[in-house]
Design a binder for this molecule. Structure first.
Ligand SMILES: C[S@@+](CC[C@H](N)C(=O)[O-])C[C@H]1O[C@@H](n2cnc3c(N)ncnc32)[C@H](O)[C@@H]1O
Length: 317
């Protein structure tokens, strides 16, 4: 088991699904010894991939291809795989500067219980966070894969509300400040990066930064010996599309994706449990399970508690 399994929190992260996913992989890869490649076109924060690595290796997977359209996170993974020393230093400069704005008295206070005392104490820290968030949005527009952009991303995702990366419709990072964040330890960051560096190299992981459709096209030739896991932005029941990311993945894209999935030999997909996916499973003879869980998309307490059913579907030929 990895000690530091996550580099950062990511919306739609599948750590919570790891038990079901591992069981599914184990059972089916055991029966399908021909499969040598594992591919995720929507790898995001690696919540699904990282917790499946041990099973994938034990079941004979030789190469893992992880792709996402987000250039900053893929650039972070590639940098960690190769040499992360400059990235740590660039990021650490931001943490050191931030620490100057966090007074001793604010440490250990809770934002719910001690809100009145905490807020005035941390206002300068919040202002520093907001300025770095604005800087990140600017840098991301100019060069999403630069050292500066990666460092700013790591900083803002460490200090934002709930630790979850969220973009507005224009593609700007808009998560508010987390009033309760403590001080980050440099040793922890180094250990976390070191662990991921080893894992990325030991498991022969190849990172790609393509639109999912280009990624699938590029690796379609592996189809006979491959297993694809698709975890796209979820289709939203109410508005018909999911708008949490600037790279819109709506109903037309979901339909195109299903069409591609139907042509693949071995695949798994997850999404909201909606009619479109249920009918697809029935017509294409996919097995599936449904899972109920609370909706983590919203910061509003009422919607947070609302149960949303999800589907995990698979077909191995
Ligand atoms: C549900 S999340 C994946 C979460 C991931 N399985 C995890 O556990 O962290 C969906 C991902 O799809 C990515 N994405 C959105 N549109 C895309 C596209 N057209 N091509 C590739 N990736 C895309 C988003 O950046 C996001 O990381």
């Amino acid at each position: 088991m990895l000690k530091y399994a996550k580099l950062f929190d990511w919306i739609g992260g599948k750590k919570w699904l790891s038990t079901q996913l591992n069981q599914l992989l184990k059972d089916n890869l055991k029966k399908n010894k021909k499969i040598k490649y594992y591919l995720e076109p929507f790898a995001g924060g690696l919540g699904s991939a990282i917790f499946s690595l041990k099973t994938l290796k034990e079941q004979g997977i030789e190469t893992i291809y992880l792709n996402d359209i987000n250039s900053t996170i893929i650039s972070i993974y590639k940098t960690i795989k190769l040499d992360y020393s400059d990235l740590i230093e660039e990021y650490w400069k931001l943490e050191l500067e931030y620490q100057k704005y966090v007074p001793e008295e604010a440490m250990g206070l809770k934002k719910t219980k001690d809100k009145e005392i905490l807020k005035p104490l941390l206002e300068p820290a919040r202002d520093y966070y907001m300025a770095r968030r604005a800087e990140f949005n600017e840098c991301k527009k100019n060069d999403p894969a630069s050292l500066k952009t990666m460092a700013l991303f790591l900083f803002v995702s460490k200090h934002c509300f709930n630790g979850v990366y969220r973009e507005n419709s224009k593609g700007g990072y808009n998560s508010p400040f987390n009033w309760e964040q403590g001080i980050v330890k440099k040793e922890d960051i180094i250990d976390r990066f070191k662990e991921h560096h080893e894992v990325f190299n030991d498991f022969n992981i190849v990172f790609e930064n393509l639109n999912a459709f280009e990624f699938i096209e590029k690796y379609f030739y592996l189809n006979e010996e491959a297993l694809f896991y698709f975890d796209p932005p979820y289709l939203n029941e109410n508005i018909g599309e999911n708008k949490y990311n600037e790279d819109h993945f709506g109903l037309p894209q979901q339909k195109t994706l299903l069409n591609i999935i139907s042509r693949l030999r071995n695949s798994i997909f997850s999404n909201h449990y909606l009619d479109i996916f249920k009918s697809f499973c029935e017509s294409e003879k996919f097995d599936f399970i449904t899972i109920d869980r609370s909706n983590k998309m919203s910061s509003n307490n009422d919607t947070r508690k609302k149960a949303v059913s999800e589907i995990l579907a698979w077909r191995f030929k």
